[in-house]
Design a protein around this ligand. Structure first.
Ligand SMILES: NC(=O)c1ccc[n+]([C@@H]2O[C@H](COP(=O)([O-])OP(=O)(O)OC[C@H]3O[C@@H](n4cnc5c(N)ncnc54)[C@H](OP(=O)(O)O)[C@@H]3O)[C@@H](O)[C@H]2O)c1
Length: 234
């Protein structure tokens, strides 16, 4: 299988690359940097905040998997208090880049080609968190986009599976950024600090394995929601 993964420098994306390489697949990492030296790994340099740089030629294999993983939390501050508005970057990296990569993939590959798309969503897609307006909006849009694309491609008879999954809380730099935000700007600060203190954050390697196993064994062709809740249905 040819696996394309965005945001592979660290966190969940890095762990997903490691998982799929170990599982014997050819992995293409899309992002600004990486640390892999593996014969089955190829790096495609792209800043996902630059929509003009996302014209990526996909190499066809019997089975294709695109994982839109790269994401940014943005300035953790109420929108009305932000001096430097970064909603454009958050929406571009988290939502518009996955939309463009998906469009490129679907337009390049024939209808009979087996394709799986996994979008890494968040619990914030369905739960509003003060200080995260752009992030919540970006992930809600990603969920709705995923579901709509599945409807569209099913109408065309495409051999496709689409998932938009909230992976749960993971011990990555994104959580470090969240914990180091200002309590004045972020009313949920203590909740996120306690997740770390109470060892409730999951290792990225474990989440990567759970996601990969879920999309492999899930009987349906699409799912949008929490990885944990959906896994209980298996
Ligand atoms: N951590 C959690 O608890 C949690 C919970 C729910 C959902 N998620 C989602 O999981 C995904 C992975 O997050 P993570 O926790 O692994 O975060 P992370 O450790 O901060 O990693 C984010 C990745 O995205 C890449 N990225 C960011 N901006 C980019 C850009 N403009 N162009 C290319 N790559 C870019 C980063 O690359 P650079 O090194 O180039 O910045 C990095 O590889 C995200 O979609 C996030 O929203 C995370």
């Amino acid at each position: 299988m040819n696996v394309y993964i965005t945001g592979v420098s660290k966190g969940l994306g890095k762990a997903l690359v490691e998982f799929y390489l170990k599982d014997g697949h050819r992995v293409f990492g899309i992002g600004r940097s990486h640390s892999f030296a593996h014969p089955n790994f190829q790096f495609i340099e792209a800043d996902l905040n630059n929509v003009d740089a996302l014209d990526i030629p996909f190499q066809v294999d019997d089975d294709m998997l695109l994982i839109n993983n790269a994401g940014v939390i943005g300035n953790i501050k109420r929108l009305s208090d932000q001096e430097l508005l970064d909603c454009k970057e958050v929406m571009t990296v988290n939502t518009i880049a996955p939309m463009i990569l998906t469009a490129n993939l679907l337009q390049q590959l024939p209808i009979h080609q087996k394709i799986t798309i996994l979008n890494i969503s968040s619990g914030a897609a369905t739960r509003s968190i003060s200080g995260w307006a752009s992030y919540c909006a970006s992930k809600a849009a990603l969920d709705r986009f995923s579901e709509t694309i599945y409807l569209e491609e099913k109408e065309k008879g495409r051999n496709i599976r689409i998932f938009s999954l909230a992976p749960g809380v993971i011990d990555t730099d994104m959580q470090t950024t969240i914990r180091s935000s200002d309590a004045q700007d972020f009313s949920s600060l203590e909740t996120f600090q306690n997740l770390k203190l109470n060892k409730e954050l999951v290792r990225p390697e474990e989440t990567a394995k759970n996601l990969a196993e879920f999309i492999k064994s899930y009987p349906g062709n699409w799912a949008v929601g929490s990885l944990k809740l959906l896994s209980q249905e298996l």
